[in-house]
Design a protein around this ligand. Structure first.
Ligand code: XMP
Length: 536
């Protein structure tokens, strides 16, 4: 069976641990080219087997001089596939191919002026001694036609001081003598700056130039094309078999289910598990929305007791997540007998950020997303995850193209473990109820202030402490509720929302008046990073 990348042509991004690898993947996809992130341990044979049209070496925190710093298998340079090195990737390419990287402790950080330089010779011809003057303009091929000087974003200590033999320097800065170099003959390109961040205004042009002029991409990646290709893949993968899909009401599982339903129709049964940790009236609203707008008729399973029992006594966030992940699977396995006997496949709306944040061989585990790192090993299902390589806004475009209503597509994300990761400390049905009521107030007030559209996610968190208050001349000793409201365009970074004080005041007032056992409200003013969006 042909994968999406085989059918569309893929650019592989070798992740050397950079904070920005996912942004490179985004830029490539914005240029209409399918991209995936792979670990540096990938062998040349594994890479060649994917038939990539290009490879990008990401940045990373290491120095090429540090023992055990991540390396590219040197045979990859011999595959004849175009390569673009970025920051650490540029230094690594220089070092592995015989150039010189200087160890530096001071470094160059932030916006920097970069001057373009004409290549010293035209190595697009096989004879390096006979310059073809037409290509010897400032910036070479990769940076051709850009203004000089040009603002770029730098974040490095070490730098390349001499490119490998046969490569030409095409840009420099005051601190970095080799800010970009290229070897047109062998399709090797490198930039010390970060083209993937918005602080580099020419970044997208550079990425597109590499993709179009070096890799020969045809910009075939689009939402429409993704849907067509995925439907074929899903049909082939399922054949005549049946599958079940766990719906959470969030956009990810809704889009995954709709895509699979469109591909295989009644072979799919959708299940909505009420974990007891959903938001106020959520299960009913989700079922009504699906009934109204799609062909999907979700089966509801009440499993609140089961989840509370499994979570009793657990305070550790990772154990909570894994417990929720496992309980979901056990509920699906048991429900299968009644709703879709013989179902071998479980459809999940797993997204790329879930995969990255759950930890890969080279990325630290930030949180085990219930649908990735939280799955039990002895699970009796094969996973079908058609959105595994997409970012949230790409999933939303797919949802819209599939005809889902805005109320589903632009619904705020809600984590699979639900209120479990918003109740700090031990979870009880009573605490879940307190949080559900407080959370409903937050969302109602933001909706009535017409602020929901500007906010990525807004919710309440129940803390595991109590504080003293006074209500009606009586001492109270109750829980504080934290309000979390963040802005952003994907869940990888976020900023706290500057909500009007009047709205915060109203929310606080209503919560302490209406929600039993809560006597204090605080507002979380931390961005991601360094915090995360959910508290656990
Ligand atoms: P964090 O808290 O890591 O969250 O900044 C990033 C985004 O992911 C959502 N989230 C989850 N979604 N299963 C999910 O389906 C999970 O286990 C999970 N954990 C976090 C979170 O709500 C935010 O949108």
């Amino acid at each position: 069976m042909k994968s999406i990348s085989d059918q569309m042509g893929v650019v592989l991004i070798v992740d050397f641990g950079a904070q920005y690898s996912h942004l490179i993947a985004r830029r490539v996809r914005e240029a209409g080219v399918y991209s995936e992130i792979i670990p540096p341990s990938s062998t040349a044979a594994e890479i060649a087997a994917r038939h990539p049209i290009g490879i990008i070496l990401s940045g990373g925190p290491a120095s090429v001089y540090v023992p055990n710093s991540p390396r590219l298998n040197p045979q990859v340079y011999e595959l004849g596939i175009p390569i673009l090195g970025v920051c650490y990737g540029a230094q690594l390419m220089a070092q592995q191919l015989g150039g010189t990287v200087a160890r530096n402790t001071a470094g160059e950080y932030g916006c920097t002026d970069m001057t373009l330089i004409a290549p010293s010779f035209d190595n697009s011809s096989t004879d390096r001694d006979s310059p073809a003057t037409s290509t010897l303009h400032a910036g070479g091929l990769l940076l051709a036609d850009l203004e000089s000087p040009q603002t770029v974003w730098m974040s490095h200590a070490d730098c390349v001081v001499e490119p490998p033999e046969g490569m030409s320097v095409i840009a420099q800065t005051a601190e970095t003598p080799v800010a970009a170099f290229e070897d047109r003959k062998n399709s090797l390109y490198a930039v010390q700056f970060h083209p993937e961040v918005t602080h580099t205004p020419c970044g997208q042009i550079v990425v597109e130039r590499f993709l179009r002029d070096v890799c020969g991409s045809t910009a075939s990646w689009s939402t429409h094309c993704f849907i067509e290709t995925s439907m074929k893949t899903i049909k082939t993968q399922l054949g005549e078999e049946v599958a079940i899909c766990g719906l959470s009401g969030g956009v990810d599982s809704a889009v995954a289910a709709t895509l699979v339903e469109k591909a295989v129709g009644s072979q799919l049964t959708c299940v909505l598990v009420d974990t007891g940790l959903l938001r106020l009236d959520e299960a009913e609203q989700v079922i009504a929305t699906f009934q109204h707008h799609t062909n999907i008729r979700p089966v509801k399973i009440d499993a609140g007791d089961r989840f509370f029992e499994a979570l009793a006594g657990i305070s550790d966030p990772e154990i909570k997540r894994k417990t929720v992940g496992e309980t979901f699977i056990r509920v699906f396995e048991e429900a299968r007998q009644n709703i879709a006997p013989n179902a071998k496949h479980l459809v999940q709306g797993t997204l790329y950020p879930d995969v990255i944040e759950s930890g890969t061989a080279h990325a630290a585990t930030i949180k085990s997303h219930h649908n990735v790192g939280g799955l039990p090993e002895d699970m009796d299902f094969e996973l079908l995850e058609p959105l595994r390589w997409l970012f949230k806004d790409e999933v939303r475009s797919v949802g819209t193209e599939l005809g889902l209503p805005d109320e589903l597509v632009y619904r705020q994300p809600f984590p699979g473990p639900g209120l479990a990761v918003r109740i700090i400390g031990e979870i009880t049905p009573g605490k879940a109820e307190i949080l559900r009521q407080a959370d409903a107030v937050v969302r109602e007030e933001l909706k009535s202030a017409e602020l929901m559209g500007e906010i990525w996610q807004a919710f309440a968190v129940l803390m595991d402490i109590r504080s003293v208050g006074v209500m009606g001349d009586q001492r109270t000793y109750g829980y504080p509720i934290a309000i979390r409201a963040v802005t952003g365009s994907d869940a990888m970074t976020a900023d706290w929302a500057r909500l009007p004080h009047t709205v915060l005041a109203k929310i606080s007032n209503r919560i302490v008046n209406e929600v039993h056992e809560v006597n204090r409200v605080v507002y979380d003013i931390t961005s991601k990073p360094p915090a995360t969006i959910e508290w656990e």
